[in-house]
Design a protein around this ligand. Structure first.
Ligand code: PBG
Length: 337
């Protein structure tokens, strides 16, 4: 209201925030179901859903449960799922041999989803950790005790071909070995899978936010309950330049999409990768990010839906084209409502 002491401001930014309609019209960033990828855990038993204690609302699904979940997601407009198998301990060994079995759980899961919901893009993880008795993403060098890079890369390439043959649309190396993207590309092409995309976990950090995921797939107990140290292959959280250099190597080797992981604590990395590549950038909002919001919401300290949506918006705003998130279904449901 005009009064004698009106400020007579030329610029009043609040004019543009005054109503829901104006705010929606002027929104610079939007998250839609097209942006979301749902990570799903699959087990080999008959129980349709087995809850994961540290990931409220996330279940380990049987193949029937998986088919049902994929139908619901597709109906909600989600276009892609990323599958993670829970391997029974008796199928694990130090070499992760089950990874190359064309009839292993993840291959059967892929086939099942592609048969039931063919339009859904199916992404499979390429790394040995679901299959190794020690829980590392590769095989160990008996001399150094460290993961043997080059022997692991050979196994990853074989694993990627097996997954592509089962129908996986995008193979996603999450292991951080040197040279794996190039080796996987050559192996796929050699086997006639030139249409299979490589979603490279390019800037994957040695993060403490993966804990609940390791509970879910049982790769933590494989290591005897200690938090596995993957710092000789995953990136140092202190090193943005190193992360960028590593991500661009994956592009040179033929990756189709570059991923940054985790997402929320690494928005600067998402932005840096976005500005350094013309490839699509994917971000993985990991298990610990999801669990932390749920835990605070359970205590009444945070509003779950609001922090969920804001966290996804921030990841998109930083430059991600796609977001892997355990919130995919809930967020898509909320968008529908
Ligand atoms: C395994 C893999 C991990 C995640 C995805 N693939 C765990 C790890 O590297 O130890 C973590 C995902 C999450 O925490 O949600 N290569």
């Amino acid at each position: 209201m005009a009064t004698d002491d009106a400020l007579m401001l030329r610029r009043r930014p609040r004019r543009r925030r005054q109503s829901p309609a104006v705010r929606a019209l002027l929104s610079e960033t939007r998250v839609t179901a097209d942006d979301l990828v749902a990570p799903l855990f699959v087990h080999d038993g008959t129980a349709r859903r087995i809850p994961v204690g540290s990931l409220p609302g996330v279940d380990r699904l049987s193949l029937d449960g998986l088919e049902e979940e994929c139908r619901v997601l597709a109906e909600l407009g989600v276009r892609a799922v990323a599958l993670f198998p829970v391997t029974p301990p008796e199928l694990k060994d130090p070499e992760g041999r089950e990874s190359a079995n064309p009839d292993n759980l993840v291959c059967r899961a892929v086939a099942r989803v592609k048969r039931a919901v063919p339009q859904l893009v199916v992404i499979t993880d390429v790394a040995l950790d679901p299959y190794t008795s020690h829980g590392h993403d590769g095989v160990l060098d008996p001399g150094t005790g460290d993961v043997d890079n080059d022997r692991t890369v050979g196994l990853l390439a074989r694993m990627a071909v097996v997954q592509a043959a089962a129908g996986s649309d995008w193979v996603a190396p999450s292991d951080m070995m040197d040279g794996r993207v190039g080796a996987i590309r050559r192996a796929l092409d050699g086997a006639g899978h030139e249409r299979t995309l490589i979603l490279a976990y390019s800037a994957k950090f040695a993060s403490a936010f993966y804990g609940p995921f390791r509970d879910a797939v049982g790769s933590k107990s494989a290591a005897g309950g200690v938090y596995l140290d993957k710092r000789t292959y995953q990136l140092n959280p202190a090193n943005p330049r190193e992360a960028l250099a590593d991500a661009l190597l994956d592009e040179e080797e033929g990756a189709d999409l570059l991923m940054v992981k985790p997402a929320g604590p690494y928005l600067d990395i998402i932005r840096a990768v976005r500005e350094s590549t013309r490839l699509p950038v994917v971000a993985y909002q990991v298990s610990g990010e999801y669990a932390a919001l749920h835990a605070a919401a359970e205590r009444g300290w945070l509003d779950l839906a609001a922090t969920r949506d804001e966290s996804l918006l921030a990841i998109k705003r930083a430059g991600a084209d796609l977001i892997l998130t355990y919130f995919a279904r809930a967020a898509a449901e909320a968008m529908r409502a």
